[in-house]
Write a protein that binds this ligand. Structure first.
Ligand SMILES: [Zn+2]
Length: 239
């Protein structure tokens, strides 16, 4: 009892010395809160889309690529909590936000029996090595790893790689945009992807362009089945 009291006092002292703030609204976090304050946590816009039913994320890819199923965890809105979270994850060195979101989404998927036994490999959308070196981590990795953990399957970030830097290539290339982008990703080991069920994971789906190119690249492996998941999706596109 005394030990617990002392521990709590120490936590309180620590939070005064090094105040932790909410990644959604910058409010100081109180004891028991982590990553998000209680208000932001309650206001987090969950899509409630399911891998078991058709949803608007599937419709983004209709007529573009052959995928099994797609879904997203959250809605991404300008200046919203989700934008703040992902901004901190990508640009403020807060890689642990990916664990937080991946655990939350992973629990939901497991709870609702979605994708149970359906996935062989979880693959994150890769970063170009130069960008990776600059940032120090792929912002999708921790999220994708937690999903793989909760789905009781493998995580592989070495099978799909980014081969060219988008900006440089766009400036230099005389080829069409689609052709140009298509060459940006490559498979390192086609054999190990043959007839596999892959869950391709990204941070935010906006137009679905990146997922489309990655899925097309993965389709070079014979018999591959592609599922798509993201931390968030921009909702205005289908309104
Ligand atoms: Zn907050």
């Amino acid at each position: 009892m005394l030990y617990k009291k002392l521990t709590n006092i120490l936590i309180d002292i620590n939070s005064v010395l090094v105040p932790k703030v909410c990644f959604g609204c910058n409010a100081h976090l109180i004891r028991g809160e982590e990553y998000l304050c209680t208000t932001c946590r309650n206001n987090l816009p969950l899509t409630e889309y399911s891998f078991n039913e058709e949803n608007p994320v599937d419709r983004i890819f209709y007529g573009r690529i052959n995928i099994e199923k797609a879904s997203s965890f959250l809605f991404f809105t300008e200046k919203g909590i989700v934008q703040q979270l992902i901004h901190n994850l990508k640009y403020r060195n807060q890689e642990q936000i990916g664990n937080f979101l991946g655990d939350w989404y992973g629990f939901l998927l497991r709870d609702s029996n979605e994708l149970k036994g359906a996935i062989d490999i979880v693959i994150p959308v890769p970063l170009h090595p130069k960008r990776m070196k600059k940032r120090g981590y792929n912002q999708v990795s921790s999220f994708a790893k937690r999903l793989a953990y909760h789905l009781d399957t493998k995580y592989r970030d070495d099978l799909l790689v980014k081969t060219l830097n988008t900006k440089t290539q766009t400036k230099k290339s005389r080829m069409g945009r689609w052709q140009n982008k298509k060459s940006l990703f490559a498979l390192t080991d086609i054999e190990s992807l043959k007839s596999k069920n892959v869950l391709l994971v990204d941070d935010v789906i906006t137009t679905g362009g990146t997922m489309e190119i990655c899925a097309k690249t993965l389709s070079q492996a014979e018999g591959v089945n592609i599922y798509i998941a993201s931390m968030a999706v921009v909702p205005k596109l289908w309104n």
